[in-house]
Write a new protein. Structure first.
Length: 348
């Protein structure tokens, strides 16, 4: 037995040495496209079908040495580089897909079907940007499938839910041609978040919920000012600072409205929810009164995500600093939450 053990150790050492000598110094991202093979053919190509409420991203650490040389310094500030490979999965096989991903050492990001929001005829952006009911119904249906959520817990492979990708350009074409795209898109995001929270509550999802939420904004506005001065990040561009019109700050401002039952402006109707005012409003001046504590959920569950194709190290650092100078001290559970740099391998 001792000879066998020594032989096994020797074989392992030889194999390790071989791997070190032959492992490519700069693995190409294309190799990570083979992630789909690790789930035994359950990762389909193309966009989600009309009867599919979500699509899925297989997630693996992204080494990216050939593509970027800043991943180490980004990780030092809490930004994890991740490779995401898009998949469509039939609803009846989602749990099997998640099981195989988990057993293969992968995690999964769930993305709601973009047609729920962006369909030019029936999407909630096209019908006024109030996405509460749309998301509430869709996400409850997803939870009822007992795939990502089963027996009182989210599947261990599911770590993040992506509400939307790049909503601002879609809003620009739907909000009447005014300078309202960013605010309209963020109203859609926050109302969708509110609908998701209601669906979780109706299904008995216990809180706090261990599922991060994100929206991928491929780019963000940059302000002027001197980035070398710490005080710069505390002042708007119009006041000589470098905050500018920052997408993450705007998202926080839209999300910070208290639920209707806590708001005095709605008296005598203390049950008012949704857009305010409710008729003849200008979308760029509207606010959204949530049904749930969206701001509390936002501070606990929001995960910054950046698209690697448009986000440099300096821009990521600036975005994080501008955001963190603006929001109050983070909650303990969100203080060390990582940020993500996504390399997307979209198959459609």
């Amino acid at each position: 037995n001792s000879h066998m053990a020594q032989a096994t150790l020797l074989s392992s050492a030889v194999l390790a040495a071989f791997c070190l000598q032959n492992w490519p110094a700069a693995p190409a991202v294309a190799n990570l496209g083979d992630l789909a093979k690790r789930v035994d053919g359950l990762c389909g190509l193309g966009p989600p079908g009309a009867d599919e409420l979500a699509s899925y991203w297989l997630v693996s650490p992204w080494h990216g040495f050939e593509e970027r040389t800043d991943l180490s310094s980004l990780r030092a500030i809490g930004v994890r580089a991740q490779f995401l490979h898009s998949c469509t999965v039939p609803p009846s096989r989602v749990q099997e897909f998640l099981d195989k991903a988990w057993m293969a050492g992968l995690t999964v990001t769930v993305e709601l079907n973009p047609r729920l929001f962006f369909d030019p005829n029936a999407g909630c952006f096209a019908t006024g940007f109030d996405c509460y009911s749309t998301t509430r119904i869709a996400y409850r249906s997803i939870l009822e499938q007992e795939s990502i959520w089963y027996d009182g817990a989210y599947h261990p492979a599911v770590k993040t839910l992506m509400l939307m990708r790049d909503p601002v350009p879609v809003a620009r074409g739907l909000c009447g041609g005014r300078d309202c795209a960013t605010h309209a898109a963020l109203l859609g995001v926050v109302s969708a978040w509110d609908g998701l929270l209601t669906a979780e509550a109706e299904m008995g999802v216990p809180r706090p919920v261990k599922l991060d939420l994100t929206v991928l904004f491929p780019s963000f506005s940059k302000g002027g000012g001197s980035s070398a001065e710490e005080a710069c990040f505390r002042a708007k561009d119009s006041h000589g600072g470098c905050a500018g019109t920052h997408i993450l700050r705007n998202l926080y401002q839209v999300a910070m409205q208290l639920p209707g039952q806590y708001r005095l402006l709605d008296q005598p109707d203390l049950t008012r929810r949704g857009f305010w005012p409710v008729v003849d409003y200008k979308i760029e001046e509207a606010i959204y009164v949530p049904h749930n504590h969206v701001i509390e959920s936002f501070l606990r569950r929001w995960m910054h995500s950046f698209d690697s194709t448009v986000s440099t190290e300096a821009e990521i650092l600036t975005a994080i600093r501008q955001y963190e100078e603006f929001v109050p001290a983070p909650l303990p559970e969100s203080r060390d939450k990582y940020k993500a740099l996504f390399q997307l391998n979209l198959t459609w």
